[in-house]
Design a protein around this ligand. Structure first.
Ligand SMILES: C[S@@+](CC[C@H](N)C(=O)[O-])C[C@H]1O[C@@H](n2cnc3c(N)ncnc32)[C@H](O)[C@@H]1O
Length: 266
C-alpha cells in the first residue's frame, strides 16, 4: 500500500527540511551537467533549486505520489522540469534515454524497499564524471520513532502497526560509502545531527507531532480506520511525544540525525 502524501503538511517546516538538501548539494561539484535526476522529487522545491543551479541542464524529477507531483507541477511555472510519476522500486533508469550526469535523492530512499540494491543499477547508469548524492534520515531510534512503536505495541492492532513501522529504513554513512566506492566512485560520506528549533513563537500545541504528521506517522495512521480509531492512536502518541520534547525558552528542540553520501565517478 502506497502512503498518501499531503504537500501542505510537508511544507509546514520548509526551512528545516531544505537545510540538509543544501548541505548535500554543497558537496556536489558538477559544473555543467547535461542530465540531472531527482529521485523522490516530492513537491519540487528542491528540484527547482537544481534547475536554478544548472540552467542549461535537462532536469527530471521522479516521484510516486500524484499529490506531491501536482504541487511540483504547479510550482514549476516555467515548465523547467520533466515530472515523472513512478515507483522507484520498479522504475527503469534506462527510460530517461541518456546517461545521467547527476543523480540526487533527498529524504526519500528510506521509503524505498531494497534501495541498496536499486542504487547499484543507478550507479551503473551514471555517466563518466557523474555525481551521485543522497541524504536519508538516520533517526529511527529517536523518541519520535521509538514512541510511535511504543504506542503501536499497546494498540489492539499492534501486529499491523508494527509491520507498518518496519517499512522504512536507511543505512549509515559507511553502508553508502561502500556501495558507492565499489562502483568506482570517490566518496564523501558523513552524518549530522541538526537541532531544529520548532515553533519559537509558541503558536503550536505540539510542534513535533505536526512535524512527524507530515512524514513518518502517516505510515501508521493509514493502517487504521479513518475517524475515531485513527484519532485515538494519534492522541496516545501525541501525549508521549509532547512529554519527550518539552518546550524550552528557545522553542521546541528537535534533534534530527541525517546521513549523507556524495560520490564522484572518475
Ligand atoms: C520526505 S519527501 C522528500 C521530497 C524531496 N526530495 C525533498 O527533499 O523535499 C519523500 C518523497 O519520496 C517519495 N517516495 C516515497 N517512496 C517512493 C517510491 N517508492 N518511489 C518514488 N517516490 C517515493 C514520496 O512520495 C515523497 O514525495
Amino acid at each position: 500500500m502506497a502512503i498518501t502524501w499531503d504537500p501542505s503538511r510537508y511544507e509546514e517546516f520548509t526551512d528545516e527540511r531544505m537545510r540538509p538538501f543544501m548541505d548535500l548539494m554543497a558537496r556536489v561539484g558538477a559544473d555543467s551537467p547535461g542530465l540531472v535526476l531527482d529521485l523522490g522529487c516530492g513537491n519540487g522545491l528542491a528540484t527547482l533549486r537544481l534547475a536554478e543551479r544548472w540552467p542549461e541542464a535537462r532536469i527530471v524529477g521522479i516521484d510516486s505520489s500524484p499529490e506531491m507531483l501536482a504541487a511540483a507541477r504547479e510550482r514549476d511555472t516555467e515548465g523547467r522540469v520533466e515530472w515523472v510519476e513512478a515507483d522507484l522500486a520498479d522504475w527503469r533508469i534506462e527510460d530517461v534515454g541518456a546517461a545521467p550526469d547527476v543523480i540526487v535523492s533527498n529524504a526519500t530512499l528510506q521509503w524505498v524497499p531494497r534501495h541498496l540494491v536499486l542504487m547499484e543499477t543507478w550507479l551503473d547508469a551514471l555517466a563518466p564524471g557523474g555525481w551521485f548524492a543522497l541524504q536519508v534520515p538516520g533517526n529511527f531510534d529517536a523518541p519520535t520513532h521509538a514512541l510511535m512503536r511504543e504506542a503501536a505495541v499497546e494498540h489492539p492492532r499492534s501486529g499491523e502497526l508494527e509491520a507498518a513501522s518496519t517499512r522504512y529504513g536507511a543505512g549509515d554513512p559507511a553502508t553508502y560509502l561502500q556501495i558507492l566506492s565499489s562502483h568506482g566512485l570517490a566518496v564523501d560520506a558523513w552524518e549530522t545531527i541538526y537541532t531544529h528549533v520548532l515553533d519559537p513563537a509558541g503558536e503550536r500545541e505540539n510542534p513535533v507531532l505536526d512535524w512527524v504528521g507530515g512524514t513518518g506517522l502517516r505510515l501508521m495512521l493509514e493502517v487504521l480506520e479513518e475517524g475515531e480509531e485513527r484519532e485515538a492512536f494519534r492522541e496516545t502518541y501525541a501525549e508521549k511525544i509532547k512529554a519527550a520534547y518539552p518546550r524550552t525558552p528557545a522553542g521546541v528542540l528537535l534533534p534530527f540525525r541525517r546521513v549523507f553520501a556524495v560520490g564522484h565517478k572518475s
